[in-house]
Design a protein around this ligand. Structure first.
Ligand code: ATP
Length: 299
């Protein structure tokens, strides 16, 4: 289990991370969400010991993260850090040896992962000869070659096509099943929504919302009502508690301030003709994020 407790980081006078606390259990997928500059990379770098924290503590299975513990961590960096003149094999061996592995077991695992990602033929190719997506796969393979206890993925899906995103997700889910703690950052809410269990939203280095994705959504009072009916949009907009009404190709979406207004909307829809659907949904993570980040920026 990773435990980040009251961690603060200053760069000079600038506070990049502000009293941040969270826990990632074994076999849990945790997301660090935030706009550019929110403090995600700084947090990751402090976890792996690349950066000193100004205050607070970070423990993996109750231990301070030093050289012995970093062998149990895998890290996919945002800025991509492959040695492009090396071949794929040389790069992965280099990284695996740094993590305390012997060459034989590195090569065995490398063969497995190259096969798994359908890039066996690149084993002896130089990194710089590979496409961006394939370089990303190699970066991913290096981060998990040591079967890490904690896997940190900074923007793992950036630049990947949907097929490769799905493939990465499949591997991440498998690692989760095996008990790996996974912590990742992504700007793409649909990725986060697809498989993240717990999250923290960072604004200016401070947590503005955190917890389980399911609970956050359920407890969020704003709701979206999807309606299929012959309704007058203007009338719907006038109902108390309605924030926004939009008409899509398939249905009408009525955003309400809180669930207490569902009945008022229902009463109005009942008066309409051709009603075939009335469905209340939790807001999307994107809506929650915009709401939270927007409010925090105004403060
Ligand atoms: P992005 O999504 O753009 O990668 P991020 O959430 O990872 O952003 P960080 O890279 O952690 O954000 O940066 C947090 C803040 O700290 C930013 O305002 C950034 O400008 C600042 N910062 C980062 N590294 C340094 C540094 N070495 N010296 C001074 N300020 C820094």
């Amino acid at each position: 289990m990773l435990k980040v407790e009251n961690v603060t980081k200053y760069y000079g006078d600038f506070k990049a991370v502000d009293n941040l606390s969270f826990e990632v259990q074994d076999g849990e997928i945790f997301d660090l969400l935030g706009v550019n500059g929110a403090g995600k990379t700084t947090t990751f770098r402090m976890i792996i010991g690349l950066l000193d924290k100004t205050e607070g503590s970070i423990l993996l299975d109750g231990k301070t993260i030093d050289y012995n513990v970093t062998d149990k961590i895998g890290f996919l960096t945002e800025e991509r850090s492959l040695l492009t003149k090396l071949t794929v094999k040389e790069q992965v061996i280099y990284y695996g040896v740094l993590k305390g592995m012997d060459e034989k077991s590195i090569l065995k695992k490398l063969d497995y992962w190259l096969e798994r990602f359908h890039i066996k033929e690149y084993k002896d190719k130089k990194i710089k000869e590979l496409s961006k997506g394939n370089q990303q796969k190699i970066q991913f393979i290096t981060s998990l070659i040591n079967e890490p206890k904690l896997l940190i993925l900074d923007e793992p899906f950036s630049g990947l096509d949907p097929i490769n995103v799905a493939q990465f997700m499949e591997v991440i889910r498998e690692l989760k099943e095996k008990g790996t703690s996974i912590i990742f950052s992504s700007h793409r809410m649909e990725h986060v929504e697809l498989f993240c269990e717990k999250l923290v939203i960072l604004v200016h280095g401070k947590s503005v919302l955190q917890g389980s994705l399911k609970e956050i959504k359920k407890s969020y009072r704003k709701k979206n009502i999807h309606v299929k009916a012959n309704a007058e949009i203007e009338k719907l907009q006038k109902i108390k508690g309605v924030v926004e009404v939009s008409e899509n190709a398939n249905d009408i979406v009525i955003k309400i301030e809180s669930d207490e207004y569902i009945e008022d909307v229902f009463a109005e829809i009942k008066k309409c003709k051709d009603v075939t659907e009335f469905r209340v949904e939790d807001p999307t993570l994107n809506e929650i994020f915009l709401d939270k980040v927007g409010v925090a920026y105004e403060n």
